[in-house]
Every structure is written in C-alpha cells, then in structure tokens.
Design a protein around this ligand. Structure first.
Ligand SMILES: [Zn+2]
Length: 99
C-alpha cells in the first residue's frame, strides 16, 4: 500500500492504537497511518453506541422473555448466534458480557 502523504510503501502492522482500542493497519516512516477499514469502522460504531442508549423491545418465546439486540450492537461487539454470554443484574438493569 502506498502512503497518501509521501508516496512511500507503507508497512502492514498489527495492534495500532486507535482511540482506546488497537486495530491492524499500515504505517509509514513519515508517521502516516492507515487503519484496516472494517476494524476502524467497528470501533467508531462502538464509540457512538457508548454515548447513546438503544431502545429495544422484549418479546416472549413460550415461558422465556427474549431480548433482540439491534444490528449495530451485534456488529460493534462482534456477536454471533450461538455464542455464550454472561448476564449479571446491576441496579435495576442487566449487563450482558461475552464469555
Ligand atoms: Zn508516508
């Protein structure tokens, strides 16, 4: 990949700092960085979601209440169907964390 700043060849690098996260991307000796677009977009989405609350509706399947997670949350947190999560009650709410 060519540097848009100085036209030198950029080196691929893993774990570049991006906000409080790390992503893969390319770096140049001139200091220019290019983040892997999909990873960078996921972090931007994560930051947006941290600043706002998302409304969702509870449903029911037989005796269980179900909570459908919005697509943005699925993408921001890399959640997948069948994945195990852990639920803790906090105050009068719940916290769901990937196991
Ligand atoms: Zn450069």
């Amino acid at each position: 990949m060519k540097c848009p700043n100085c036209d030198k060849t950029m080196k691929p690098q893993k774990g570049i700092r991006f906000n409080e996260y790390t992503v893969d991307g390319w770096v140049c000796t001139c200091g220019e960085k290019y983040y892997e677009p999909e990873q960078a977009q996921r972090i931007l989405l994560l930051n947006t979601l941290k600043k706002q609350s998302v409304k969702a509706k509870l449903g029911r399947i037989r005796s269980n209440l179900i909570l459908r997670l919005p697509k943005d949350i699925e993408m921001a947190l890399n959640l997948e169907q069948g994945e195990d999560v852990s639920i803790t009650v906090e105050g009068d709410g719940i916290k769901v964390v990937k196991v």
